[in-house]
Design a protein around this ligand. Structure first.
Ligand SMILES: Cc1cc2nc3c(=O)[nH]c(=O)nc-3n(C[C@H](O)[C@H](O)[C@H](O)COP(=O)(O)OP(=O)(O)OC[C@H]3O[C@@H](n4cnc5c(N)ncnc54)[C@H](O)[C@@H]3O)c2cc1C
Length: 269
């Protein structure tokens, strides 16, 4: 790896000031995406601003029917949180299936949503649950946040501080993972709020995570895996790469969505 300068500050204000004043600077959270990108020289920041001292960005809180997870909360902490298991166990499952123990011990929720890898798990949960992303430049609805592959509505230099998830009546996350990386070849998060159902898909689409509106409409009408029988995924919007072609990914999306619905129905909490 080439050289860079390392900085850190224990306050959000000081951290954002560093980001504004330093040239070619990047935040570092868990480093599970940024460091591999730097090693491969896809990213070459001159200044790294480590977020590790921002203790106020860690932790999971409940306020009525809303769960707020601090941006620096690690995947492993979400996976083993008793509060998450009690309120939105599908998110605890999702976090527990990210990468391997080392990735989960270092990677953070904020890093995952800010990075918006097209195969990352959290964006599908944010879309299906109608999450709200808190940033130092204001709050952004998940529907407006994930713009495309590695692209978000986060303004330049803004910090993701937390993500707010409404508690659904039921939800489930099912992913078909790549056997080596464990990223999603297709991951599906289904959530039901009253009569309304939302479906977030990751790993499959050319534009990264997206909502599968046709499935949402059919499931809102009848929350049963059978109601997906007549629905086909649009293959033309599927990603095709060395790991899986578009047709295979479309098939995986249909199968994983059925499984997620069945899982959500048996869960009904
Ligand atoms: C082997 C391996 C397997 C993986 N498998 C999966 C998987 O199955 N599912 C999955 O979802 N992910 C997977 N990941 C990715 C992992 O979840 C990362 O932890 C995550 O994508 C990035 O989080 P991080 O905290 O490590 O961020 P970093 O790598 O530190 O940062 C990533 C990017 O986000 C920016 N950033 C970080 N935090 C913030 C913030 N609070 N506000 C604004 N910008 C910020 C950084 O500047 C950088 O551009 C895997 C990674 C590896 C290495």
């Amino acid at each position: 790896m080439y050289s860079f300068a390392y900085h850190r500050d224990a306050s959000i204000e000081g951290t954002c000031r560093l980001r504004e004043t330093l040239d070619n600077a990047r935040f570092l959270a868990g480093g599970q995406s940024l460091l591999p990108m730097m090693k491969l020289r896809f990213a070459a920041p001159e200044n790294i601003i480590d977020l590790r001292d921002l203790e106020e960005l860690r932790g999971i809180k409940r306020d009525g029917e809303v769960i707020t997870i601090g941006a620096l909360t690690r995947h492993a902490d979400v996976a083993r949180s008793a509060l998450m298991r009690e309120t939105i166990p599908a998110i605890a499952d999702l976090a527990g299936w990210i990468g391997d123990p080392m990735v989960r011990a270092q990677g953070t929720l904020g890093g995952s949503v800010a990075n918006n890898d097209p195969a990352a798990c959290y964006p599908s949960a944010c879309l299906a649950l109608g999450a709200r992303i808190h940033t130092t430049a204001g709050e952004i609805e998940a529907d407006d946040f994930f713009l495309g592959v590695f692209e978000t509505a986060l303004t330049d230099g803004a910090l993701v501080t937390a993500v707010e998830f409404p508690v659904p009546d039921t939800a489930a996350y099912v992913k078909f993972r790549h056997p080596a990386s464990r990223f999603a070849l297709a991951g599906v998060f289904v959530a039901r709020f009253g009569g309304l159902v939302r479906v977030g898909i990751t790993g499959a689409g050319q534009m990264g995570a997206y909502r599968w509106i046709e499935a949402e409409e059919a499931l809102t009408e009848n929350f049963s895996a059978d109601s997906l029988d007549e629905i086909k995924t649009d293959i033309s919007v599927m990603n095709s790469d060395i790991h899986a072609d578009a047709e295979y990914r479309a098939h995986l999306v249909e199968v994983m969505t059925r499984r997620a619905v069945k899982e959500a129905i048996t869960r009904q909490y």
